[in-house]
Design a protein around this ligand. Structure first.
Ligand code: UD1
Ligand code: UDP
Length: 360
């Protein structure tokens, strides 16, 4: 009889990671995967687009839970996921990353004594106020199999006494990057304000910014000041969390150097990463993609999420103010082509092999 794996996803970066693993499952007759979508991300360009572009199997159900406070969202997901798990009775629950969807699924599964596999285990920012840090620590500590993207993440797990159920597999984001790079597409940009007559610039910078820590009007204003100092347009696909704030700021101050646009698809985002002069972001995924593409990155956070990328000036932290951002961007990077901390692009295969070895 085949093993029943329930994958729980809800947010944009999780669709990308799950896509490469689902592809492995599809060619494995011993595994029967069902996908539950919590509904955390729900706009077409934050969800359906990724399922279509990456040929992810349709979820068996979408719980339709999004927004509200952390407790409201996580609590509602916990109740609904418990029910879904009781109905399906999976052999294993497979989780990715550090979102509220991850935490809710981890708590629901743990209380039902269902084994959990956590992909992207062991990432640590050591910032207790970072909501994702709480999600990832709790998930790691109730999971039975912890699969780390980097050796340093594995070491974090060993330090927390979780080494005997942990392994380094590599980063499925790197698998996705390698598999999909040849399909990267020039984006068709639609302005956040509905305008769509952009001429796609030859030279540009790629900005994304969506962290809870970075979305107040003061920080946004300071960030836009810094972007106005760039020597080329800044393409800024605006995460829905920021939509209202960005529209208001650009209305008050004028658009300046910034092309604020709706979120783009994954293949379009890959084009932007690979062809940008530089990347400026607070996204964990985009920091890694800039690193994979050899494009200099400036990270708008006061803690390191992926220290592996922060060698030889390849990715530098900056406070969200023009002086700090420009200082980071001006420091030239050095690329050592032999340095590959995120594995060899075969993480998905190792995830499936590890899961089967542990639970079959
Ligand atoms: C979440 C994750 C974060 C991850 C990010 C990826 C948590 C705590 N945070 O943050 O780790 O980096 O996803 O993008 O889980 N919204 C829409 N349409 C959508 C999606 C969201 O309007 O398609 C709105 C929500 O209703 C909410 C706000 O955007 O008001 C923020 O969404 P939420 O899912 O709470 O957090 P993210 O910032 O997306
Ligand atoms: N991304 C995308 N469209 C966009 C912005 C980002 O497809 O408009 C991709 C990006 O290339 C990366 C992923 O989304 O693969 C990162 O997701 P996000 O920044 O939302 O979350 P994080 O990685 O910070 O958790």
């Amino acid at each position: 009889m085949s093993m029943k794996v329930m994958t729980v996803v809800g947010a944009r970066p999780q669709f990308i990671k799950a896509a490469v693993v689902s592809r492995e499952f599809n060619s494995d007759k011993d595994i029967d995967e069902s996908i539950i979508h919590t509904g955390q991300h729900f706009d077409r360009n934050m969800s359906d687009t990724f399922f279509e572009e990456l040929s992810i199997p349709q979820p068996s159900c979408n719980l339709g839970i999004s927004g509200g406070s952390h407790a409201e969202m996580t609590g509602a997901m916990l109740v609904a996921l418990e029910k879904a798990m009781q109905e399906t009775l999976p052999d294993v629950v497979l989780l990715y990353g550090d979102t509220n969807s991850t935490l809710a699924a981890a708590l629901a599964a743990a209380k039902l004594h269902l084994p959990i596999v956590h992909v992207e285990a062991g990432a640590r920012t050591h910032s207790q106020t970072n909501p994702e840090e709480i999600n990832r620590i709790c998930t790691d500590h109730v999971a039975q199999l912890l699969l780390a993207c980097t050796e340093a993440n594995l070491e974090n797990l060993v330090h927390e006494g979780l080494g005997n159920r942990s392994a380094f597999v590599g980063d499925p984001m790197y698998d996705a990057f390698l598999q999909n790079s040849p399909r990267a597409q020039v984006p068709v940009l639609t302005g956040t304000n509905g305008v769509s007559d952009f001429v796609f610039p030859d030279r540009f910078y790629y900005l994304t910014c969506h962290r809870e820590e970075n979305t107040n009007p003061e920080i946004l204003g300071s960030l836009l000041d810094a972007m106005d100092a760039m020597d080329a347009p800044v393409i800024y696909p605006v995460h829905p969390r920021n939509r209202k704030g960005v529209l208001q700021a650009l209305e008050e101050r004028g658009t300046g150097n910034v092309l604020a646009v709706d979120p783009v698809g994954y293949l379009e985002s890959l084009y932007l990463v690979k062809n940008a002069q530089q990347v400026i972001t607070d996204s964990g995924g985009l920091q890694r993609e800039a690193f994979f593409a050899g494009v200099k990155c400036t990270t708008l956070l006061d803690f390191e999420v992926w220290p592996e990328t922060m060698v030889d000036n390849r990715n530098m932290l900056a406070a969200p103010n023009p002086k700090s951002i420009l200082l980071a961007m001006d420091a030239p990077q050095r690329i050592d082509p032999e340095y590959k901390p995120f594995g060899d692009g075969r993480a998905a295969k190792r995830i499936v092999d590890g899961l089967k070895a542990a639970f079959e």
